[in-house]
Design a protein around this ligand. Structure first.
Ligand code: PLP
Length: 444
């Protein structure tokens, strides 16, 4: 690659080994449907929806047109003490899609901001009700809620936390992880039935230690996405809801990955039949085209904050971003959600998820170093035996090798994750899975 095309000296790449990147760069200059085009003219299939974002596939004209129209109509308007028509419309569409009385949408720009917003709402809500002492947060080991300090604190991915340990939020605890590699290494579109109840630890240790009356909120991803698509055991999500209800603890679902169709339905909350008190979203809501995130809150949370004894001109919640409800992002969300509905893409994700699950289990099980496969919805992970002394290297090498064979997958620890756009066809799934299988064999 020639540096006359573009210079790589100034961009510090996120979540990327910068030192080696330039020796073998992955640079995309175009995308259409299921594929990227690289700077040197290669076609690469997007096996991960560009990090769980591009549900409808790349370069969708209705979304692009909506953005262009919005730019020509209202490019931007301040979000404080005012709003815009697209923000109201997007909020209404999102609230209509959300289950139960999840009706109030606080917009932000990313999943990380959604996490910190939700945690702040939890504290402010409890305080508005005279329970300001409820300030403990409970996350889960290997949870991922973005990279800001709140989300990182309740998150449980060790590599993301270790450098910042001394400055993470105090009064945070973590539930145990939800993986049983001995009895449930292979999960094929099912909810594993565990002999033991992993939530006993929450009830008998964590709640007792902090006292339930001090706990503000529990935050979980319905399915642990960034860690590598780890699926909770049967009954877990419902029981978590019951425990939170019993103790007046808010339950936050981080649905940045599971939201907007990945499981074949609107949200993970729908999949599990559980309504959380807050639901975080981002990514697929705009098909990834423009940053937009948010937190959908149940009515009672909003009502409690509005009933605070303060004068009518006083702001009820001192929080917001310059770009909260940005009209261009909201126009993109409206067009995305319309398109998803028009093309019935959530149902398609569910249907193609079966095809992906079948393909992964039949092509990858039994290959060298494969120690687990977990599929549910339109996503799956294959777990590989760690190379002693170099954790993550096998998955990284396979990811790079797949790229060189025209397939973009995601390394996550010892896992390779596949989560293609909802428009994926059987032949694409075949190509992705067969390329991965060949690569796993090459790295035996
Ligand atoms: C569950 C979850 N929460 C939060 C985030 C952070 O989102 P962002 O990268 O938009 O800040 C992610 C990103 O992958 C995520 O998967």
């Amino acid at each position: 690659m020639s540096n006359t095309v573009f210079h790589m000296d100034n961009q510090w790449l996120p979540f990327t080994p910068n030192r080696t990147f330039k020796q073998d760069p992955r640079v995309f200059v175009g995308a259409e449907g299921m594929h990227f085009t690289t700077h040197d003219g290669k076609k690469v299939i997007d096996g991960i929806s560009s990090l769980w974002c591009v549900g409808a596939g790349h370069n969708r004209r209705p979304i692009n047109e909506a953005i262009k129209n919005q730019l020509d109509t209202l490019d931007y308007a301040t979000a404080f003490q005012a709003s815009n028509d697209k923000a109201f419309k997007a909020a209404q569409m999102i609230a209509d899609m959300a289950p139960g009385d999840l009706n109030k949408v606080l917009f932000c720009n990313s999943g990380s901001e959604a996490a910190d917003t939700a945690l702040k709402v939890a504290l402010a809500y409890h305080r508005a009700r005279g329970e300001g002492h409820r300030n403990v947060f409970i996350g889960r080991e290997k949870g991922y809620h973005g990279v800001n300090f709140g989300g990182m604190s309740v998150g449980g991915l060790p590599a993301n936390r270790k450098v910042y340990g001394a400055q993470l939020l105090p009064r945070v605890d973590h539930m145990r992880f939800i993986h049983d590699p001995v009895n449930h290494a292979y999960i094929h579109h099912e909810e594993p039935v565990w002999a033991e109840d992993p939530l006993l630890e929450l009830e008998n240790r964590i709640l007792v230690l902090h006292d339930p009356s001090n706990i503000a909120a529990v935050i979980v991803e319905p399915i642990a996405g960034s860690a590598g698509w780890y699926i909770p055991p049967q009954g877990y999500v419902k029981r978590l809801r019951e425990i939170c209800d019993k103790h007046g603890i808010l339950l936050i679902f981080d649905e940045v990955i599971t939201g907007f169709g990945r499981l074949g339905v609107n949200f993970g909350a729908d999949y599990y039949g559980v309504v959380p008190d807050m639901l975080n979203f981002a990514k697929a809501v705009t098909n990834g085209v423009i940053p937009l995130g948010g937190v959908i809150c149940r009515d009672f949370i909003y009502d409690a904050m509005m009933n605070a004894n303060s004068p009518a001109h006083a702001i009820e919640f001192f929080h917001g971003y310059t770009y909260s409800g940005h009209p261009v992002a909201c126009a993109a969300a409206i067009a995305t959600l319309d398109l998803m509905k028009e093309e019935n893409l959530f149902a398609r994700a569910g249907q193609q998820g079966r095809v992906l699950g079948d393909a992964m289990h039949s092509a990858l099980k039994g290959l060298p170093n494969v120690v687990g496969i977990r599929t549910l919805g339109l996503a799956g992970a294959v777990e590989l035996a760690s190379i002693p002394g170099t954790p993550g290297k096998r998955a990284y090498d396979i990811f790079m090798d797949c790229f060189h064979h025209g397939v973009w997958v995601r390394p996550a620890g010892e896992n390779i994750v596949i989560c293609p756009p909802y428009i994926v066809q059987d032949a694409h799934i075949d190509q992705i899975v067969q390329t991965l299988a060949d690569s796993i064999r090459r790295h035996a």
